[in-house]
Design a protein around this ligand. Structure first.
Ligand SMILES: *Cc1c(COP(=O)(O)O)cnc(C)c1O
Length: 313
C-alpha cells in the first residue's frame, strides 16, 4: 500500500516497523560501535557498498537511521543525515561546497556560530563571503559572483526574527545553478518546508524544536538528492566525524512525536504574549513577524497556513 501518510502520522511512525524488532513499540537503541560480518566476503561487500548493511556507527547506525528516514520524510527530501550538533550539520554542508577561494553568499543575519564558522573559513582558507539582506532579486543577483559555491540563508533569523522569501532566493539561484541551503531551525518542518520552495538542503539545530525537551544537542541535514547526500555521508560527515550518538537519536524520536502539538502551542502563546506586551507601558517595541505592522507580516501569515496543507495536502 502506498497511501500518502499525514504529517502527524509520519512524526510517530515513519522509518520504523515494529515487526522488524520483536514488535517493540519504540525503536531499540543500538549502542554498538561496530557491526559483525558472517564472512570476510560479506565484510568486503559491505565496505564496497555492494551489500546493504551496517559496518561502523560513524558510517551509519540502525537507531540513527530511523531518525534520518523520519526527518527526510518530514522535510520532503530524499535523504537526511543526523549530527552531534546543529553546528556539525552546518560544518558538514559548508565543507561539502567550499574550496579555497570560494565565495559563500549568506543572509545578513545568521546564528552566531554559523557567522563564526564563515569567518573561520575566511581566516584559515581564504573562503570569502557576503552577508546580504536578500529582500529583492536585484540585491541577491548583485552579490553573486563566479566563485559563489552556495547561498546560505536562515529564516526566521535567530534572534532578529527577520524573514526571507525562500522562493525569491531559489528562483535567482536556479538561474546561476547555485545550491541553496536553508537553516529551518525556527520553523521546524511543521511550519515550513524549504525543499518544496526550491531549496537543495535544509539544516536543523535539532537541539531546539525537533527535541523540544532541552535534553539533547543535535543537528540534522536533509537533502533533495539521495546520491548527493550519500556523498556527504561518506566524506564530510564520515571524515570530519560530527555524528550523533544512538541514545540522542532515540531522544529526538521521542521528542518528534509531539512536534505538531508543541508548535501549535508555541504559535498561540507567542501571539498572546506579543499582544499583551504591545500594550504594556514599559515596552517600546516588539520584534514579532506576526504583528500586522511588521514588514514580514505577509510571509508570517503564509507560514501559518502550512499546517493546513499538512492536513489536507
Ligand atoms: C542553535 C542554532 C544553531 C546551532 O545548533 P547547535 O545544536 O547549538 O549546534 C544553528 N542555527 C540556529 C538557527 C540555531 O538556533
Amino acid at each position: 500500500m502506498n497511501k500518502k501518510k499525514r504529517f502527524e502520522t509520519m512524526l510517530i511512525h515513519k522509518g520504523y516497523s515494529s515487526q522488524d524488532f520483536h514488535d517493540s513499540l519504540n525503536p531499540p537503541i543500538f549502542h554498538s560501535s561496530t557491526f559483525t560480518f558472517s564472512t570476510a566476503e560479506q565484510g568486503e561487500k559491505r565496505f564496497t557498498g555492494e551489500e546493504e548493511g551496517f559496518i561502523y556507527s560513524r558510517l551509519g547506525n540502525p537507531t540513527v537511521r530511523v531518525l534520518e528516514e523520519r526527518m527526510a520524510a518530514l522535510e520532503k527530501g530524499e535523504a537526511a543525515l543526523a549530527f552531534g550538533s546543529g553546528m556539525a550539520a552546518v560544518s558538514a554542508v559548508l565543507f561539502h561546497f567550499v574550496y579555497s577561494g570560494s565565495h559563500i553568499l549568506c543572509s545578513r543575519g545568521v546564528y552566531g556560530c554559523t557567522f563564526g564558522l564563515i569567518g573561520l573559513l575566511h581566516k584559515k582558507f581564504g573562503v570569502i563571503h557576503t552577508f546580504n539582506p536578500m529582500q529583492t532579486a536585484e540585491e541577491i543577483e548583485a552579490a553573486i559572483h563566479d566563485q559563489t559555491c552556495c547561498i546560505y540563508i536562515e529564516t526566521p533569523i535567530n534572534p532578529t526574527m527577520e524573514l526571507i522569501d525562500i522562493r525569491l532566493v531559489t528562483d535567482v539561484a536556479k538561474k546561476y545553478g547555485i545550491p541553496v541551503v536553508v537553516d529551518n531551525t525556527f520553523c521546524s518542518p511543521y511550519l515550513q518546508n524549504p525543499l518544496e520552495l526550491g531549496a537543495d538542503y535544509v539544516i536543523h539545530s535539532a537541539t531546539k524544536y525537533i527535541s523540544g525537551h532541552g535534553d539533547v544537542i543535535a543537528g540534522i541535514l536533509v537533502g533533495k538528492n539521495k546520491e548527493d547526500m550519500q556523498k556527504i555521508r561518506m566524506t564530510t560527515q564520515k571524515d570530519i566525524g560530527g555524528i550523533i550518538a544512538p541514545f540522542d537519536a532515540w531522544l529526538l524520536l521521542c521528542g518528534l512525536k509531539t512536534l505538531h502539538v508543541r508548535m501549535d502551542r508555541h504559535v498561540e502563546n507567542t501571539r498572546k504574549l506579543a499582544n499583551y506586551l504591545k500594550s504594556h507601558p514599559f515596552i517600546e517595541d516588539i520584534i514579532y513577524p506576526g504583528n500586522p505592522n511588521s514588514p514580514y507580516y505577509f510571509f508570517w501569515t503564509i507560514i501559518h497556513l502550512k499546517p493546513l496543507s499538512n492536513l489536507f495536502g
